[in-house]
Design a protein around this ligand. Structure first.
Ligand SMILES: NC(=O)c1ccc[n+]([C@@H]2O[C@H](COP(=O)([O-])OP(=O)(O)OC[C@H]3O[C@@H](n4cnc5c(N)ncnc54)[C@H](O)[C@@H]3O)[C@@H](O)[C@H]2O)c1
Length: 255
């Protein structure tokens, strides 16, 4: 039986625990026939331990997306494991505490700059670092949280996500001639480490539980990961600059 990602070579960032969206993406991608290389940030021994829980243990390359040397060396490090890339997953976000939880009016520029560098600019940095390995048919996929609205407590992370959504459209514009697509999945709230660092995150949880037309499981990253895998596959060959919502339908509702 043919599988969705047979023969695809993927670079997946953003695993820190087995609750990470990226863990679910890597698991499903392997189940669907892909070869997966991971990148990890900070706590490398933890990421390596989590990587062993995948159906096939995957190699892990250290990558801080704000580190120019690591970005410059990334394609050579990836080549030690695979001879090219068909897809890249950006599953990275970070904002200092001052930027979240209602501090919008007081957060200093240095902290906002960090949020934007890690959560927005890095989408472009990661894609260009991988370009030497990618050809026509390649797919870059990132994760957003609906940035068309101002949410309580999301503050500057919301601004960073609005930038990410725009950056994905510009990446689609600039990489289209090379046959490379750029798309985002807009997920509903999920109880990951990144989510736990947002003071007041339970407000999202309650809103989704009450209102999402299809209902919403805060601990199930699989629907989001499946959408990421679909966008990495050959089944969206003419789709780029797009945002697919995986949020139980919440975005479709009025106030
Ligand atoms: N959890 C949610 O509710 C939710 C909803 C929508 C979108 N998202 C997005 O999904 C993506 C993945 O987050 P998650 O919820 O799985 O949380 P997570 O905490 O499991 O993953 C976030 C990852 O970002 C990585 N990271 C932070 N700074 C980095 C840096 N400088 N260089 C490289 N990596 C760095 C962390 O190591 C971690 O692996 C993020 O973009 C997040 O904003 C999350």
């Amino acid at each position: 039986m043919s599988v969705l990602l047979a023969g695809k070579r993927l670079l997946i960032t953003g695993i820190i625990t087995d609750a990470s969206i990226a863990f679910s993406v890597a698991k499903i991608a392997q189940e669907q026939g892909a070869s997966v290389v991971l990148t990890g940030y900070g706590r490398m021994s933890l990421v390596e331990r989590i990587a062993k829980r995948l159906p096939t243990p995957a190699p892990v390359i250290e990558l801080d997306v704000t580190n120019p040397e690591q970005l410059a060396g990334l394609s050579d490090k990836v080549r030690e494991h695979v001879d090219g890339l068909d897809g890249v997953v950006h599953s990275i976000g970070f904002a200092p505490q001052s930027c979240l939880g209602g501090g919008f009016l007081d957060a200093p520029w240095e902290d906002v700059a960090t949020a934007v560098q890690v959560s927005t600019f890095s989408y472009k940095s990661l894609a260009t670092a991988c370009l030497p390995l990618m050809g026509s048919g390649g797919s870059v996929v990132g994760l957003t949280f609906d940035a068309t609205k101002a949410w309580p407590v999301y503050d500057w992370m919301g601004v960073a996500k609005a930038g990410l959504e725009s950056a994905s459209r510009y990446l689609a514009l600039h990489l289209g001639k090379q046959g490379i697509r750029s798309n985002l999945v807009s997920a509903g709230p999920l109880r990951t480490m990144a989510a736990k660092s947002i003071p007041g995150f339970e407000q999202f949880e309650d809103a989704w539980a009450d209102r999402a037309p299809l209902g919403w499981d805060l601990t199930d990253t699989e629907p989001t990961a499946r959408a990421v895998c679909a966008l990495l596959s050959d089944w969206f060959p003419a789709t780029t600059g797009e945002i697919i919502h995986v949020d139980g339908g919440y975005h479709a509702l009025g106030a």
